[in-house]
Design a protein around this ligand. Structure first.
Ligand code: FAD
Length: 487
């Protein structure tokens, strides 16, 4: 039996997902976490793990929630709070009817260029006033001080996913610590050996298939190579108040002195009992700040928004925490780049990267999940290769290759491959995205694989049926309910 384990360095969301993926594949797994607790950035601090590190939400159409649901990992979600959103502009705080009307043209589906800045493209497409608002709203989803300076494609994709589908936004009840605890429980159930207070160094890195799931800067130090990608600098203010600050649930402060947006969220998910005597009501706020802006300056601008949104909050403060996080909110893509240009998951010598700033699709922690799933699978392949065929090249069983095998074994199967030029994403964009789906209907089996590549999206189809030609053509034309792609 092959008992040599896969090693995972880092016990945040990425490390836990990579460890579970590798353990589900049948490998023994050792997870090394440098701190005393699992969770990394998903857990605010050791003293108050239930207070997230800044406002944190999940998206029901995203890789994280989909991955949890596929495994029936039960994490309580609450929301959405669409009706509780207020926008604070130079005229005051209101339900965003006016802004909603102004942004109506953004409902139309269109492609944004990779090479242009979001600001330049949005000005040409929607006019200066709407572009200005769009750029500021970008702060909600990037935590960046100047979202208009980022790639138009990066911003536009994120804007459409959030602003046009706010009903998919959820809070994790009890804070992200409950998500981490659920992942840790699943990992332990699968037999993952979790070593806490176990910080690896370049010297102690094992000679084995290893997933490095630390922040990118930490991975660079550990692997002794240059690994970097732009991120954001963000001022965070958390306040527990003894009096209920009341409505609204979220305030997007888009006043014109900022190039970004300050988000103030009345955290509905934290357990009031956990906050104890310090106050049962938590307000969390974030503001992207430029290099050089310190904690005091960033936080005083956040407090200004709190004064308008929650008058009287200063007298009711039971506890507060102010800080700046650097590169803590995941990658941002500058003009001319996409997620594919970030440091690759495959690092050679059976070392794989996972985290929210590596080359994987998604949004915030979804990048950690997508890269972790890929890294976990690659580590499994590497382990099998080391054990059973050392020195032999291996071919990854890609969705396309799976369909080729299917076509070979199904009688009367036809296999076709076409490329959709220009397209570079497969929806839904997550670890189930570049995959395959199989549908069986009225005696016809149809399998489709879609893979995003440099020249566009390559679509491979297998159609197999014992029906005679005419009947088969008729069934082929029937509409089918499209299930998401899967691996
Ligand atoms: C203010 C803020 C708001 C955010 N909001 C959202 C949101 O709304 N939605 C969302 O999806 N995401 C959000 N995120 C991002 C999300 O928190 C992160 O993407 C996610 O937690 C990253 O997980 P990770 O496992 O990739 O990295 P980390 O959480 O950084 O985990 C890395 C782990 O590696 C450990 N480690 C480091 N070096 C070593 C070593 N040498 N040996 C052993 N262990 C080591 C660390 O201790 C840590 O536990 C937000 C982040 C911030 C800061």
């Amino acid at each position: 039996m092959n008992e040599r384990p896969i090693h995972v360095v880092g016990g945040g969301i990425a490390g836990l997902v990579a460890a579970i993926t590798a353990a589900e594949g049948g490998a023994p797994v050792v997870l090394h976490e440098g701190g005393a607790r699992l969770g990394g950035r998903a857990v605010g601090s050791a003293e108050r793990p239930w207070v997230n590190l800044g406002p944190h939400v999940v998206f029901t159409d995203g890789a994280l929630v989909r991955w949890l649901r596929q495994r029936r990992i039960d994490v309580p979600l609450c929301g959405p709070m669409v009706r509780g959103v207020r926008m604070l502009d130079d005229r005051g705080a209101r339900f965003p009817f006016r802004q909603g009307l102004q942004l109506l043209p953004t409902i139309l589906r269109r492609e944004a260029p990779v090479d242009e800045t979001f600001r330049a493209w949005a000005e040409n497409t929607f006019g200066d006033a709407s572009a200005d608002l769009l750029c500021r709203l970008g702060g909600l989803i990037t935590y960046h001080h100047d979202p208009g300076a980022l790639s138009a494609r990066f911003m536009w994709d994120r804007y459409r996913r959030t602003a046009l589908s706010p009903d998919r936004v959820r809070w994790v009840a009890g804070g992200w610590v409950s998500l981490v605890d659920a992942l840790a429980e699943r990992a332990r159930t699968l037999g993952v050996r979790i070593e806490l207070d176990d910080r690896l160094t370049p010297e102690s890195l094992p000679d084995a298939p290893t997933v490095v799931a630390t922040k990118l800067s930490g991975a660079g130090r550990l692997l002794e190579r240059d690994l970097s990608w732009p991120g954001a600098r963000t001022a965070l203010l958390d306040v527990a108040t003894t009096a209920d600050p009341g409505w609204p649930a979220v305030i997007a402060d888009v006043r014109s002195d900022l190039a970004t947006c300050c988000m103030i969220e009345r955290e509905t998910a934290a357990d009031p009992a956990a906050l104890g005597e310090e106050g049962g009501h938590l307000i969390q706020a974030q503001l992207g700040v430029a290099p050089g802006v310190g904690v005091a300056e960033g936080v005083s601008r956040i407090e200004d928004g709190l004064d308008v949104g929650f008058p009287g909050w200063r007298e009711a403060v039971g506890w507060r925490r102010a800080q700046i996080v650097v590169d803590g909110t995941g990658a941002v893509d500058p003009p001319g780049t996409t997620w594919r240009d970030r440091p690759s998951v495959e690092q050679g010598d059976d070392v794989f990267l996972a985290g929210d700033a590596v080359a994987a699709p998604g949004f915030l922690s979804e990048v950690s999940v997508n890269s972790a799933v890929q890294a976990g699978r690659l580590a499994l392949d590497a382990r099998r290769r080391r054990a059973f065929a050392p020195g032999w090249p291996t071919a990854e069983l890609t969705p396309e290759r799976r369909l080729a095998v299917l076509a070979a074994v199904l009688p009367s199967a036809e296999l076709t491959t076409t490329t959709v030029p220009g397209a570079d994403e497969v929806a839904p964009v997550d670890e189930t995205g570049p995959g395959y789906r199989i549908e069986r209907r009225a005696g016809v089996t149809r399998a489709t694989a879609a893979t995003a590549g440099k020249g566009g999206v390559r679509v491979t189809r297998v159609v197999a049926s014992a029906l005679p030609g005419v009947a088969r053509a008729a069934v082929e034309r029937l509409p089918v309910w499209r299930r998401p792609f899967r691996r």
